[in-house]
Design a protein around this ligand. Sequence first.
Ligand code: GLC
Length: 743
Amino acid sequence: MDLTKLHNLLDSLTLQEKIGQLVQLSGEFFDATDISLGPQRQLGITQETVDLAGSVLNVAGARDVRRLQAAHLKKGRHPIPLLFMADVIYGYKTVYPIPLGIGATWNPDLVEQAYVNAADEARAAGLHVSFAPMVDLVRDPRWGRVLESTGEDPYLNSRFAAAMVRGLQKNLAAGDGVISCVKHIAAYGAAEAGREYNPADVSTPSLFQDYLPAYKAAVDAGVKMAMTSLTTLNGVPATADKWLLQNILRDRWGFTGLAISDYASIYELIQHGFAQDPTDAASKAIDAGVDIDMKSPCYATGLQPLVTSSRLSEEKINTAAWRVLKLKNELGLFEDPYGGTTEEKEHTRLLTPEKRSLARDLSRQALVLLKNDADILPLDSSANQRIALIGPYADEQKMLGLWAVHGDPQDTVTIKAGFADYLAPQQLQTAKGTDVIRDRLMFTGMGLAEEQINQTISPAADEQKNRSEALETAKNADVIVFAAGEHTLQSGEAGSRTRLRLPDNQRQLLAELRKLNKPIVLIVISGRPLVLTDVQDQADAILQAWFPGTEGGHAIADVIFGRYNPTGRLTMTFPYDEGQLPLYYNHLNTGRPADKNHPTRFVSRYIDAPNKPLYPFGYGLSYGSVQYGELKLDSDTLAAAGRDELTAAISVTNTGTVPREETVQFYIHDQVASIVQPVKRLIGFQKVPVQPGETKTAALTITPDMLSFANRDGEFITEPGMFDLFAGPNSQDVHQTSFSLTE
Ligand code: GLC
């Protein structure tokens, strides 16, 4: 529809009809199943509100979308199509590794293609908007939603944010893309103590230097929607923070899209103690710039009285309603309200071999080899070795993670199935050994029904039998592969934990397997960095597999049996102990760093644990060996003025016998600045494939803007002075040089 006609449509709507466009309800209001995750409340929503609603939350599938759309178009004076929005965070039907694994690929180009495919599936299934990417920077693995983030570094998160936005929206014009909705504005990942929905208090320099860059990268990549955070930022609920949503998001960054609240977060302004009642909440949210109210009664019941009593200008409603109509128009919904979805198209686009193949590649690249003593890996499938694949994840399809709401575990390739592709039947014995978790209290605390819990926790007799079988199986094997980890429900939203070890039952079985004195490979399935300190010595090799997605079993087998040389590198620190948290690589030095130059007591340290993590940011092993050369600069000075640039280069030699790909990482440290700077900050990386015996050079061009930092006003400035430059395979084992930035 041309914009003049669209404006005429807006002008022809009543106030109530315009307000309706600002209301989003979930499936059950439209006679569809409600698969959204969140507190269910009686919202006092009338049938008239439903008939005038502008969008639907978490209903997907060509059949349901067409049915709901057709019914909706018969309501109201004007046939204004519904927008269908859902969480497609890491794949729709073909589910990828969780974003913490996707980040470990350090491969934004591949991720962009993966999100093109995710959008293709989602659009074919009738969706118009995906509430992705989630780009909250995370530093505390106690928080369950680290699952959805690409990690602790603002530069890397920004690269992935832009890639995901581009991927999701790339084929919009062709009717095969979806609107991307970046979330959660802002700094939700700074929830205090990693406890879900807790307040975030962040200094201005850190807010602008660490937490905001990835949201801005999404805006710069053309994201068309943004979602507010459920939390408060420095005392103000993000959902009603005009400084954040207007001054920063729109005025400073130039965002022209649509802002949506998170699930019921407008209504929750009352709980926060920021609004008196639903009408007050509606007033504060619309004034802050929130266009759509997701699953709360506030806009539906509060906006009209505010306007009719002149407490709110109708212009605010018009602006928000215009953004909604414009989005519908960009999607072509006024010409085809079904957005092209049909059951036939859906069938041809979902879970295709091509999409599975890309998911397998992404899943492989997400795997991080944390330990490989005596090069026990890769296993040689032709060596006639007997492999005992033991553990709760040995033959488990539930490896998708909490937010794969549209994925079907039935489509998942298990680790056992992946191994079976490489081994003759007589080579592979599998035994569950123990449940994923046996903590009944945890499940009842989540409100799970008894029969659900009984499906997950075996009776004591079965548990004992499983354990005996596993030990017997292991005794007859040459190598033990123990597939362990956390339960899906232990991570993701509202999955905060204080103890991050493997469940006791798993650790006990692993300890018994260890007594058999056979090589053990530990595969860790998790939605977060776990504390692996106490199992590190129980295994000769450790592969961090995250929730690896639909193709997880294939990907894990490809690495274990050497078809793929693991390239994954951590984007979030693995702590030595929960007591260190939050723990991240780009920390400040303090005035008394616990290094060799200071006396041992009065320095920044714990007396009962090291400062160092178990595995640092950027860490990961590959098969074979590699040698880094000297870090060189083409000049030791860089002028801040003009278009000066500096090139850093470091050679990488494959000293092993197998091809491998190195992710060479470049970090800087600003030695002296008016706002103290982190000991290291990632400013670039280069993936370098090297054949055995081959030497290649990784290079990075450094410009003054890459050295800028945020001051107390949130402005990025550069200051002349000395800079350390580091380069290497991770944030800890680095080669170092320095240069000066001059006026
Ligand atoms: C949830 C999440 C948000 C999600 C929304 C809709 O509470 O915070 O990330 O997009 O509700 O499901």
